[in-house]
Design a protein around this ligand. Structure first.
Ligand code: ZN
Length: 138
């Protein structure tokens, strides 16, 4: 076997990424750049990336992968009212919503929780009215 895009025929991760990004095989949304070019700890970045890629091992994903079997409980660990998905756990669970509500209240922002984590990141990266709301409070 030989990697056809290199002269020597050997694969490297950097060559694979270069091929994916430069050859536009994979388009990286602009909001994704905000995740990786951000001065926050790498473990937070990785968790964030996994959450957006729907790869955090919540019960719904474990069920889809066959780790949790049919008939086992896949409801949210915190509220028991909904299936434990990434979006539910991080955005819509009453416990998560309470935290987000407090944060938005502290920042004097009025908003409606987006339907998904990707929508949340897109709204967040576009400013989400933060500048307008914050400038009104000063
Ligand atoms: Zn919940």
């Amino acid at each position: 076997m030989s990697w056809v895009t290199t002269v020597v025929g050997s694969y490297s991760v950097s060559e694979g990424v270069r091929l994916l990004v430069n050859e536009s095989i994979v388009s990286i949304p602009e909001w994704a750049n905000l995740i990786w070019y951000n001065p926050i700890p790498s473990k937070v970045l990785i968790f964030h990336w996994l959450a957006i890629r729907n790869s955090i091992p919540v019960k719904d994903i474990l069920f889809q992968r066959g780790i949790i079997q049919e008939g086992q409980n896949i409801s949210c660990f915190w509220c028991f009212n909904s299936t434990e998905t990434v979006n539910h756990l991080l955005l819509h669970c009453p416990w998560a919503s309470l935290i987000w509500s407090d944060i938005m209240f502290w920042w004097n922002i009025r908003w409606v929780m987006p339907s998904s984590l990707v929508s949340f990141i897109q709204a967040w990266s576009s400013g989400m009215g933060i500048k307008a709301e914050m400038s009104r409070s000063y």
